[in-house]
Design a protein around this ligand. Structure first.
Ligand code: DSN
Length: 415
């Protein structure tokens, strides 16, 4: 990674960036919404399209000099359409929240009823939480998982939908470790006449690679961020059926956003190009293999994994175990001291607060990018459990951190 100009001009920021790179390389990154982008994606993000204004869409801009930007945006759209078999793609959303907002603005009136998963059981703030614009502007009815299985109960959702008569039903989650039966969601939406939407931000890479069912061809609209399992730059896209294209495009611009971030569009195109290569399929398969191996290893170490396992890139560890263990906050803190990064997370039917919940969320996108395989998951699980058992013991955590750093040297990434 060459940052020669930055080093000379702004040594403070250069130093911080170097320190952050060191942290990323020396630690085990288990936050399932993060990834490590390729050098090519990084280069596109730091390139001259950042200097351009291009409000509008290819061929219809409000500024001159957009011939090349049009080519970049068109290529990003073309690659994304191919990757997900999408009828229409908008690559301009700056991130996941504005992407979801644009779809709501396009198809709902203020105050309309919609349905989304509760944040505490795997949804997202923008899926109708009361502190978020989605919960303030619309009447979002929230569904959850089954208490016994900790998995989605499609019959319960159908019954709730029949009762509430939502105009839109949203599937796709941030902390749900199991396969989503998108076909069931399509059926439910058809039965109650709701707009069928998914937010596949977490599993987009798995969907693109055919490792998880891809809802794009038969859903009305699908949003995704581009920086999670998809391994692109920070940003988002909206994919939809042709009949909704105009409304959704208008909701993005001029409805919500001004000039798109063209350097990010270029980086999205690069990442879609990478995801279209056969190697990406192997990467996505390995993410899930690693995740399953990590869940097994964690359970082998006596940990309770929500729903007893995982089908995707993430899992929830019940660290609290009804008061017999430690809180999610304590676990996150202990792991951080040991150079292992995760986030505290509520588990289904949590009795604790989201600020200090009963669990942590861990996942394998980053460690798989670094080249770890199933055989390495035992060691990762052993580091995690050792750190949790030694929470509060600074010396023990320091020792684990040293071993984590040595372990990570086997999986170099950025030079
Ligand atoms: N903040 C993301 C996550 O960590 O899952 C969702 O947008």
């Amino acid at each position: 990674m060459h940052l020669d100009y930055l080093k000379k001009q702004d040594p403070d920021i250069f130093k911080s960036i170097q320190e952050e790179k060191k942290r990323q390389m020396e630690g085990i990154e288990l936050i399932p919404s993060e990834n490590l982008v390729s050098q090519a994606v990084l280069e596109a993000m730091g390139s001259v399209p950042t200097n351009k204004y291009s409000e509008g869409y290819p061929g219809k801009r409000y500024y001159g000099g957009n011939e090349v930007i049009d080519d970049i945006e068109e290529l990003a759209i073309k690659r994304c359409r191919k990757l997900f078999n999408a009828q229409h793609v908008n690559v301009q959303p700056l991130s996941g929240s504005p992407a979801n907002m644009a779809v709501y603005f396009a198809v709902l009136e203020l105050g309309d009823t919609a349905m989304g998963m509760k944040l505490t059981e795997g949804g997202h703030l923008t899926h109708g939480h009361k502190v978020n614009f989605s919960g303030k502007l619309y009447r979002f009815v929230q569904y959850g998982v089954d208490r016994e299985t900790e998995m989605i109960d499609y019959d319960a959702i159908l019954q709730q939908a029949k009762k509430e008569n939502p105009k839109l039903i949203l599937s796709g989650y941030t902390a749900y470790p199991r396969k989503i039966n998108f076909k069931e969601f399509r059926k439910i939406c058809d039965e109650v006449g709701a707009f069928c939407m998914a937010d596949i931000a977490h599993i987009a890479g798995l969907c693109a690679a055919g490792v998880h069912e891809n809802p794009v061809p038969y859903f009305d609209a699908v949003t995704t961020t581009t920086h999670k399992t998809l391994r692109g730059p920070r940003g988002a896209v909206i994919m939809c059926r042709e009949e909704f294209a105009e409304k959704i495009d208008k909701a993005v611009f001029p409805g919500l956003q001004g000039g798109p971030h063209d350097q990010t569009t270029a980086a999205k195109a690069v990442a879609f190009g990478e995801a279209l290569k056969p190697e990406f399929k192997n990467y996505a398969k390995q993410i899930v293999k690693n995740s399953k191996a990590l869940a097994e290893a964690m359970m082998g170490e006596g940990q309770r994994i929500v729903s007893n396992g995982t089908d995707n890139h993430l899992m929830l560890v019940d660290t609290w175990m009804n008061g017999k263990g430690i809180t999610g906050k304590q676990a996150e803190h202990a792991l951080e001291k040991a150079g292992i990064y995760c986030n505290k997370n509520t588990i289904p039917f949590d009795t604790r607060s989201p600020w200090d919940p009963s669990g942590i969320r861990i996942g394998t996108p980053v460690i798989t990018t670094r080249g770890m395989k199933e055989k390495d998951m035992k060691e990762v699980a052993s580091f995690i459990v050792k750190a949790m058992k030694n929470h509060g013991n600074e010396n023990a955590l320091k020792k684990i951190r040293k071993n984590v750093t040595v372990f990570c040297k086997n999986f170099p990434f950025y030079k």
